[in-house]
Design a protein around this ligand. Structure first.
Ligand code: DAT
Ligand code: MG
Length: 140
């Protein structure tokens, strides 16, 4: 078991639907630790950098528009195997396929508005944490 940091974002639909408390609560009940958090309005450039791996996808424009459309809660979450633990808690990308009991399975019905982002591996976690937070913004 490795103690990991992962980048988590509660997307604009989660903020708009007032689900922030409930979703943070799920992460905390799992005993994951929030070591940084900031409510942000993501601009186009940051969104495009964050999702750079998807830039050739047909849904890229829609995705960027959605994540820049309102405030989002950016976080760094830490814990044993935090990257895969958060991914499991999120559920499948498409909420229609996400298992009940997962965040997307319990709260989502829209592929774009799927509530939460979590880094998908150690490299993306490192890159995404650094893209959104300075070392000094994370509690030790
Ligand atoms: P995930 O968020 O599960 O890591 P991803 O990184 O493949 O999924 O895609 C990023 C986001 O893009 C995803 O949360 C929702 C959106 N998305 C993915 N596939 C899509 C598709 N086929 N049509 C529309 N939006 C899509
Ligand atoms: Mg992803």
């Amino acid at each position: 078991m490795v103690n990991e940091k992962t980048f988590v974002m509660l997307k604009p639909d989660a903020v708009e639907r007032r689900l922030v408390g409930e979703l943070i609560s799920r992460l905390e009940k799992k005993n994951l630790r929030i070591i940084a958090a900031r409510l942000i309005r993501i601009d186009k450039k940051l969104a495009e950098t964050h999702y750079t791996e998807l830039k050739e996808k047909p849904f890229f424009k829609e995705l960027v528009k959605f994540v820049t459309d309102g405030p989002a809660l950016a976080m760094v979450v830490q814990g044993p195997n935090a990257i895969s633990v958060v991914r499991a808690m999120m559920g499948a990308t498409n909420p229609f396929n996400a298992t009940p009991g997962t965040i997307r399975g319990d709260y989502g019905l829209d592929l774009t508005k799927n509530l939460i982002h979590g880094s998908d591996g150690p490299e993306s976690a490192k890159r995404e944490v650094a893209l959104f937070f300075k070392e000094s913004e994370m509690v030790g």
